[in-house]
Design a protein around this ligand. Structure first.
Ligand code: AHR
Length: 663
């Protein structure tokens, strides 16, 4: 190449680069219109979805530390081990008392021989028991002594190496079944503690419902919830709690379906069933995963009440999981399923003079739970769903016309079954249609305008289960990386912008034990003592704690800001606090300056505190050992003459609230 040509090319490149830099440095101009509210944002906009998967209930949120406390697992000694010294002649027999119509069939009968060396039973908990030092634990056991027997039970909490970290003794058992209780104060902590029951004396003692709870549960409810996990849910200030699933509502077959009536009343009488995630994935089988239903429908309602969220129970619609048995109940045998729905509304809302309302009152909550929403079915598709759904809908609305029914569009985000669902359901009267999508991050980025095109007059959308699935990796918590979280944030700007159509949204799944998960990513990870929020959790939290009351326009050249030039922005006002709330996402690797012009608005302050969530590393994630790799930090942003001048950091989410004079 000639020298002159080379020089010419160089100059051209320089001019081009300079030009690009100047353009890049020009702030993107956005217009925000706080005085033109588009639609109310429902108080239910951002909620949570709880399913007993990944040991989320037993071994997780439900604070019971004893696994298989009533010996009702199919292998009755699962979770239990005999403690025996050489020469022992004492023994345990599992007895079925043979009574019909009872949930709690079995108990352990221990014959103790005084002469024998130490004999006992040890419970391993759920991947160990998490025990904190200097705390109180409530132990209880239902027991009876054989007449004439003189038996003591030494109750010990031990750490992984067998050191005793808490102890008490129970004695004076009588020959009829009674509950015995004791409080144990711990001297040390244990990540993988155990509960040992050592039997001393002579004769036979029968034991059942062996239970150990931390004295401090969330809101100190008896039969309550693990404090740190429930607090993390409360911190999200969710608008609703969808429960109890998910696929566990459907069951692998109909006998394995979730039946709410077996989960209420006396805790000891709730009938245990296999948790479907026990066997769902061969590579992640969990043979000791059962549903004790200690955390049952009453406790779910109580949780929703305690955290100020609307309860959204989902009921089986007469169909088992279509990925498993796909069994359906005959249409002419659907009535008991429908009766379950009607009775559930009575349980939640009925006066204490009704039979189900009375049960609620007897359980401790005479005031109604004020149920407004009810889900019929989870991920169902094709005619067998619509045929059943419409019978439910007719019966429920005939008796309770104000209940908002949530139906579902199935497991697919689009395509034949999805389209069919919307077409069929639109001819009926669901208040909301539940859509699910587990997709790669790119799908979320590309679909931030998904709801811009939805029919404004049809049923409302419930984005009931969603999560961006980035590439698999070897760390339990590692799939909840920043790449997935920022993609969800970008997508969620589209949910908020379409608040007139989207009335509810929840990430899924919610909780996962690092040693006992079947599915990931998940919003919150925990072990027996610790729990952490993922980057995805902080995205949810920034959205839900900055909801606003009305969505307002934010435009670039008259168009919504939904990913063009890597930027996603949504804006809302809070009419109660007179604030403009901005949520801004930059998915690019470069800083992007923005100027947002707040039209017809008088701003109170010049410097505004914003929350910034960012990472330069797409793979960054929070773990139990490093919980703060991606967490929100404060950033001050200047607002001058109603102009918000903000530089969006590379790969970041910024949420800010701007106090204004009356909006
Ligand atoms: O969230 C995990 C599972 O995903 C849910 O049980 C189901 O509804 C969906 O397929």
């Amino acid at each position: 190449m000639k020298k002159t040509t080379l020089l010419y090319s160089f100059v051209l490149l320089l001019v081009f680069t300079l030009h690009q830099t100047i353009i890049a440095q020009q702030p993107m101009q956005l217009t925000v219109q706080p005085t033109k509210p588009l639609a109310p944002i429902q108080s239910t906009m951002w909620g949570i979805f709880f399913e007993d998967i990944n040991f989320a209930a037993d071994g997780g949120l439900y604070a019971e530390l004893v696994k298989n406390r009533s010996f009702e697992f199919p292998m009755p000694m699962m979770g239990w081990k005999e403690i025996e010294e050489k020469g022992n002649t004492s023994s345990t027999l599992i007895v079925n008392h043979g009574k019909e119509n009872t949930a709690n069939l079995r108990y352990a009968s221990i014959s103790i021989n005084n002469q024998s060396p130490v004999y006992g039973l040890s419970n391993e908990g759920f991947r160990g028991m998490g025990i904190y030092a200097g705390k109180q634990y409530n132990f209880s056991v239902v027991a009876k002594n054989e007449a004439g027997a003189a038996v003591k039970i030494k109750v010990q909490l031990v750490n992984a190496s067998g050191k005793i970290i808490g102890e008490t003794v129970l004695s004076n058992f009588t020959s009829d079944w009674k509950k015995y209780t004791a409080v144990i104060t711990t001297t040390d902590s244990a990540q993988k503690g155990k509960l040992n029951l050592l039997f001393e004396g002579n004769g036979t003692i029968d034991i059942d419902v062996v239970s150990l709870f931390p004295a401090n549960t969330f809101k100190n409810r008896p039969n309550g919830l693990r404090e740190d996990l429930a607090q993390k849910l409360a911190d999200l200030k969710p608008g609703f709690v969808r429960f109890p699933g998910g696929c566990i509502v459907e069951g692998r077959d109909l006998t394995n379906r979730y039946q709410w009536k077996t989960t209420v009343g006396n805790v000891d009488d709730r009938k245990l069933i296999m948790n479907r995630w026990n066997v769902e994935f061969k590579q992640k089988s969990a043979p000791d995963y059962f549903q004790s239903f200690g955390l049952g429908f009453y406790e779910y309602f109580q949780l929703a009440d305690d955290i100020g969220a609307e309860p959204l129970p989902i009921l089986n619609c007469g169909m088992a999981c279509q990925y498993n048995s796909a069994e359906v109940v005959a249409i002419d045998a659907l009535q008991p399923y429908i009766q379950d729905a009607l009775d559930l509304i009575e349980f939640a809302n009925g006066p204490v003079t009704t039979s189900w309302g009375k049960l609620r009152a007897d359980m401790g909550h005479p005031a109604p739970f004020n149920l407004k929403f009810l889900g019929v079915g989870n991920e169902q598709w094709e005619a067998q769903y619509f045929d059943r759904y419409k019978i439910f809908e007719k019966a429920i609305l005939a008796k309770y016309p104000n209940i908002k029914i949530v139906s579902g569009s199935g497991p697919y985000s689009n395509g034949e079954y999805f389209d069919m669902a919307w077409k069929e359901l639109k001819q009926l009267s669901p208040s909301l249609i539940d859509e699910h999508y587990y997709k790669p991050p790119k799908w979320f980025l590309d679909n931030a305008n998904r709801y811009d095109k939805y029919d404004r007059n049809g049923p409302k959308v419930f984005a009931g289960e969603y999560a961006a699935h980035s590439k698999d990796n070897n760390n339990s918590e590692g799939r909840n990386n920043w790449e997935s979280a920022i993609a969800e944030a970008a997508f969620m700007t589209g949910l908020e912008r379409n608040a007139d159509v989207v009335n509810m949204a929840s990430y899924a799944p919610l909780l996962a034990h690092v040693e006992a998960w079947q599915w990931r990513p998940d919003l919150i990870w925990f072990d027996n003592l610790r729990s952490i929020g993922t980057p995805n959790y902080y995205v949810q939290k920034l959205f839900s704690t900055n909801r606003g009351t009305h969505v307002i326009p934010v435009l670039k050249n008259g168009e919504v800001v939904a990913g063009k030039d890597s930027v996603y922005v949504t804006a809302a006002i809070d009419k109660n606090s007179n604030e403009v709330i901005l949520k801004m996402v930059n998915i690019s690797g470069a800083s992007i300056p923005l100027t947002l012009n707040l039209e017809n608005t008088v701003v109170n302050k010049q410097d505004v505190k914003a929350m910034l969530l960012q990472s330069a590393n797409k793979e960054a994630f929070n773990s139990l050992d490093k919980p703060a790799e991606v967490v929100p930090v404060e950033k001050i942003i200047s607002v001058k003459n109603n102009k918000v001048a903000v530089v969006l950091n590379p790969s970041s989410l910024i949420v800010m609230r701007i106090a204004c004079k009356k909006l």
